[in-house]
Ligand binder design. Structure first.
Ligand SMILES: [Zn+2]
Ligand SMILES: [Zn+2]
Length: 90
C-alpha cells in the first residue's frame, strides 16, 4: 500500500515513479499524466535538437535551414541565403 503523491489516494503495490511531475510514487491513473508529461519533455528536447539550439528555423525549398533567435533573424538569414544561392542568372 502506498499513497499517491499527486491525488493523495491510496494504491496497492509499489505504484509508479511520479517524476517529473512530483517526487515519489503515484497511482496507476495519475501515471497516465506522468507518462504524457515525459512524452512532452522528450518531444521538446527533440525539437530543440532538430533546430540545433536555435529558437527559430525556416527551411528553404532547397533544404537549407535559415536560423535565428527569432522570426526576423531567421528571415534575414533566409534572404541572405537566397541572394547568394538562388540569385537569378539573368
Ligand atoms: Zn493518483
Ligand atoms: Zn535555398
Amino acid at each position: 500500500m502506498g499513497k499517491c503523491v499527486i491525488c493523495n489516494q491510496e494504491f496497492e503495490g509499489y505504484g509508479h515513479n511520479a517524476e517529473p511531475l512530483k517526487t515519489g510514487a503515484c497511482c496507476g491513473s495519475c501515471n497516465v499524466q506522468v507518462v504524457l508529461e515525459r512524452l512532452k519533455i522528450a518531444k521538446e528536447m527533440k525539437d530543440k535538437m532538430n533546430n540545433d539550439g536555435w529558437s527559430f528555423v525556416i527551411s528553404c525549398a532547397c533544404g537549407y535551414k535559415a536560423k535565428g533567435n527569432n522570426e526576423d533573424e531567421a528571415n534575414e538569414d533566409l534572404e541572405k541565403h537566397q541572394d547568394k544561392e538562388h540569385s537569378s542568372p539573368f
